[in-house]
Design a protein around this ligand. Structure first.
Ligand code: IPM
Ligand code: MN
Length: 355
């Protein structure tokens, strides 16, 4: 068998292991029918491990992860660990060290899925958000002065490099072209206030747009984007934005496509190892109860398989998810599916091989 992929699996915390198990089940099912091999290598990076060993992600692991074809992540986050440690030590560290400069988050409402937006359906909610994933407010640049005193100063800097902005925008233009929907790319910024950072983004956007005459371009401030995503989601095809704005608007996107039970994302370096994850958190209160929805993790698996070039396997997974949503699930929230986590995985795997 010549198509063989080395996939690092990081189940992580909370419900991560449960949803990843179902994603792996589906991956194995489609790999058998499509004739490729997925060699899985499991890593225990998590809050549990940190509490036991004091280690988040050893340096040697970063080197190992670089050698893989893809990484499949469940969730990172533990109620017993102070916020920031695991996020910075594991998730963001992988994004930065592997230079996963694109965070791609599709916002697609599948038939039969409830959206909180009245009067809108699957034909209205189908766009993608491309979030810059290695710069902006996420670099950790900044610091304190006189911490803990009445004169304290806290500075958190947004780093936007010409190179970083340009490579993200170029990816977005290419993605928009390949997607071939409306071929419309909307830049989301805040040019009326962030007159340095958003200015750079806008200038590079205009410049790169010159090379893509087939792509319509548009601009909206981030606050207005939030409004339009709710009021007129059908206006969007592809949105491109910086790290922080992207973090915020993709949660809004997740809600309008049916919630965290279904929302998946890809952390991409177009030339090297990429990482795929459900975008919801570790949901510790549902852990071990077999009630969490694994579809977001399964959709992340679909994005991974697609990225690896296994297009047919990817469309099998997507079609199977659509069938399961249409024919089976009563709801998408934890405990409201009418099925257990493992049963949903079984159903998707069954449809995926039958289709
Ligand atoms: C996400 C998450 C992360 C982020 C957190 C967990 C650091 O919210 O992937 O959107 O802010 O990027
Ligand atoms: Mn987020």
């Amino acid at each position: 068998m010549n198509r063989s992929y080395k996939i690092g699996v990081i189940p992580g915390d909370g419900t991560g292991p449960e949803v990843v198990r179902e994603g792996v089940k589906v991956l194995q099912a489609v790999s058998r029918v499509e004739g490729f091999k997925a060699e899985l290598i499991s890593y225990d990076f998590s809050g549990e491990r940190y509490l036991k060993t004091g280690e988040t992600l050893p340096d040697s692991a970063v080197e190992e992860l670089r050698q893989l074809d893809a990484i499949y992540l469940g969730a990172i986050g533990h109620p017993g660990v102070k916020p920031g440690i695991l996020e910075k030590g594991i998730l963001l560290r992988i994004r930065f060290e592997l230079d996963l400069y694109i965070n791609l988050r599709p916002v697609k409402l599948y038939p039969g899925v409830m959206t909180p937006i009245q009067g809108k359906g699957p034909e209205d909610i189908d766009f993608a958000i491309i979030r810059e994933n290695t710069e902006g407010l996420y670099t950790g640049a900044g610091g304190f002065l006189k911490r803990g005193t009445p004169d304290e100063v806290a500075i958190q800097e947004s780093i936007n490099t010409r190179k970083g902005v340009e490579r993200c925008l170029r990816y977005a233009f290419e993605f928009c072209r390949q997607r071939a929907k409306e071929k419309k790319l909307t830049l989301c910024g805040k040019t009326n206030v962030l007159t340095y950072a958003s200015d750079l983004w806008e200038r590079v956007f205009q410049e790169v747009a010159g090379e893509y005459p087939d792509i319509k371009t548009d601009y909206a401030h981030v606050d207005a984007i939030c409004m339009w995503m709710v009021k007129n989601p059908e206006w969007f095809d592809v949105i491109v934005t910086d790290n922080m704005f992207g973090d915020i608007i993709t949660d809004l996107g997740a809600m309008i496509q049916g919630g965290m039970g279904i929302a998946a994302g890809a952390n991409i370096n177009p030339h090297r190892t990429s990482m795929f994850e459900p975008i919801g958190g570790s949901a510790p209160k549902y852990a071990g109860k077999n009630v969490i929805n694994p579809l977001a993790a399964i959709c992340a698996c679909q994005m991974m398989v697609d990225h690896l070039g296994e297009r047919r396997a990817a469309s099998r997974i997507e079609e199977a998810v659509i069938q399961v949503l249409k024919e089976h699930l009563k709801g998408l929230s934890a405990g409201e599916m009418g099925y257990g986590t493992d049963e949903v995985g079984d159903l998707v795997a069954e449809y995926a091989v039958k289709l």
